[in-house]
Design a protein around this ligand. Sequence first.
Ligand code: SF4
Length: 459
Amino acid sequence: MLLRHTPTGLNERSALTINPAKTCQPVGAMYAALGLHRCLPHSHGSQGCCAYHRSALTRHYNDPIMGSTSSFSEGASVFGGQANILEAITNIFTLYDPDIIAVNTTCLSEVIGDDLVQIIKKAAEDKKIPRGKFVIHANTPSFKGSHVTGYANMAAAMVQYFAKNTEKKHRRINLIPSFIEPSDMSEIKHLAGEMGVEYTMFPDTSDVVNTSMDGTFRMYPHGGCRREWIETSGDAQATFAIGRMGALPAAKLLDTKCKVPLHILDLPIGITATDAFVNALRTVAHVAVPDSIREERGKLVDVLCDMNQYTYGKKVSLMGDPDILLSMVRFCRDIGMEVLHVLTGTPVGKFKLEERVKEMCGPDVVFRSGLQCDLFMFEQLIKENKPDLIMGNTYCKYMCRDNDIPLLRIGFPIYDRIGHSYVPLMGYRGGMHLLLKILTILMDRQDRDAAEENVELIM
Ligand code: SF4
């Protein structure tokens, strides 16, 4: 028993967090920054923070994640980190030659109160930023929010620093995804591309953190959204915020700053949410849905109909990030599963996640969100009412093992399996992968648990 100290029976807590169901803001900010072409993320804080942010992303993506640090010591911790970051900017442009440095703050630099706007202005005045190069920043205090908040803040910083309204409108649609896998970003682009929609996606980490191996190390892989494309995002005909928590701040800012109409969509996981996404593209971009996409949808519907008896009525508990949870709950309902628990460590604020989850699942579903909603609480909940399947990140493996419940790994981080950065969950093709994974887990379990006389050869 790895977690033998977790008692049954829920204890409400107001201060203590045990095994958080989230990571820290700069992890998300660093991930978003990687979605800019030739951008080096920079962590304004201690070396330890940066080491953690990089290692979290490196372990999840199995690719080396580049990032630099202001390397605070005792002096910077007391007097502020301006001198450190000014020296860092010179060193980074000299040694690593990025086009953009994307600075995220940390708990320490936020507590000190370093003013990044003023520091970046000073760097420009001191001619530390070469012509044609940029330094941008996002405030990412990790005593608030989570990696999703940090991602959203850095995506908004891209708009703040680069987007312009030149009054020369064009037909492109801005696609701003929440914190999702590069494979899912590719899948969203695939849907838009098949429909003939002209788009700009940012952040876009596809072909940055899931590159192919060709024997050549590239500090800046060929993927990532170009700065010039974000500049023109202010003249686009519309913005799609794909996932409210992770994408809305950037999309709202684009609306406020450049008057680009905003559409808020759920992440396209499963049939219902993908239908809504495809329909929104169709109506806003005035395009038709091609046969290729109808085919993809039809295949998913076919497997759903064939195998519904294996998912119908199965109980599931989910933990993870709000945007992914919402669409995963919808998908679970689409395939007839009964949702018992939904838990996120990310505070959801005004995002009416609980109401939407209850709308889909009924009043009995247990919903928890916020800093004290941690893995300890999640295990207490699943001990009280045991599901047939848990969906969550790698950290759920201990409670799954102790309670003999199968785990479908979704969300962030996933350290102990591979494939998530290459194989999507989104779109109709991603829905197929997801459904096949769920079916395999449930049918393996049925095979394992069946009495000898009930083992079926053909399922
Ligand atoms: S100190 Fe703050 S920013 Fe640094 S790793 Fe810890 S939570 Fe993240």
